[in-house]
Design a protein around this ligand. Structure first.
Ligand code: IPD
Ligand code: CA
Ligand code: CA
Ligand code: CA
Length: 270
């Protein structure tokens, strides 16, 4: 079995693990601040994925939000970038609307992307240059609609600051309306399904976006940081993703805002 098919089976298995684990009590802790939660289930699911991947492919590397591989310095070899639960706040408060997200890269090049909405049993998947699918159904190419006809996804908490407010508020005002679902991976999945036309984040990590980028690029969507640069695999980034038209429309709101640019460079670690 190749890496792609192995990954598809594995992510569904990990979803079953989460469902089973939710029937028992789990501990909830906070990380960088009281609203940044992590549970035993996040950590155990990452460990589950880590163990299974290495059992099958001992020479592969794994980077995970909950600690695995965060010292990896270069992109040589096969790297699995894993978010065991994307949308932990939804997991804790709602018991749904979260996903497992896995992006696989070979020598820094995209290989496949997998996003599994465990509670809905929906698997979004794509192998590079082979189209993108929701379960067994091919997803349709991006529609080129503009910002003023679009629903866009933004995490409001991140953009309320003095430095960020102005361009983000202008973009929100120009859009048809704004949504915030609390899982970047599921927002990429909604982009892939055509339910929103763009997503916009001030700060995400590769485990939040790599699977989503691989899946949506298969459909003709474009992704970059706020300044049009390619997203990194080993450090945090801002993210704009959408059809090519809306992507370039949104980029324009960020050109020339020196204060935001300086703030942006300060909050990202590379
Ligand atoms: C979070 C979600 C959320 C985004 C946050 C991420 P987590 O991931 O993707 O939508 O706004 O920035 O940290 O911590 O639930 O895996
Ligand atoms: Ca987290
Ligand atoms: Ca995440
Ligand atoms: Ca997570």
């Amino acid at each position: 079995m190749d890496i792609y098919n192995f990954g598809k089976e594995l992510i569904v298995e990990a979803g079953k693990f989460i469902e089973m684990r939710m029937t028992r009590e789990f501990q909830i802790d906070s990380k960088s601040n009281p609203n940044d939660l992590v549970t035993d289930v996040d950590r155990e699911t990452e460990q589950f994925l880590y163990t299974k991947i290495l059992e099958r492919f001992p020479d592969h590397l794994i980077i995970g939000e909950e600690g695995h591989g965060q010292n990896i310095q270069d992109t040589k070899g096969v790297i699995w970038i894993v978010d065991p639960i994307d949308g932990t706040l939804n997991f804790v408060h709602q018991g749904e609307n979260f996903a497992i997200s896995i992006g696989v890269f070979i020598d820094g090049e995209p290989y496949c992307g997998l996003i599994y909405d465990c509670m809905k049993r929906d698997l979004y998947h794509a192998k590079y240059k082979n189209g993108a699918y929701l379960n067994e159904h091919a997803l349709l190419p991006a529609e080129n609609i503009s910002l003023n006809q679009s629903l866009i996804a933004i995490n409001p908490k991140r953009v309320l600051g003095e430095e960020t407010r102005s361009p983000f508020f202008k973009i929100m005002a120009e859009s048809r309306s704004v949504r915030s679902y609390g899982s970047a991976a599921l927002e990429f999945a909604m982009l892939a399904k055509g339910q929103i036309s763009a997503l916009l984040f001030l700060k995400l990590y590769p485990w939040d976006y790599t699977a989503g980028v691989i899946i949506t690029e298969e459909l003709g969507f474009k992704t970059s940081d706020l300044y049009g640069r390619e997203l990194p695999l080993l450090s945090s980034s801002s993210v704009i993703s959408g059809n090519p038209k809306i992507h370039s429309e949104i980029l324009e709101y960020f050109t020339g805002d020196k204060r935001l640019y300086e703030y942006h460079e300060k909050i990202h670690d590379s």
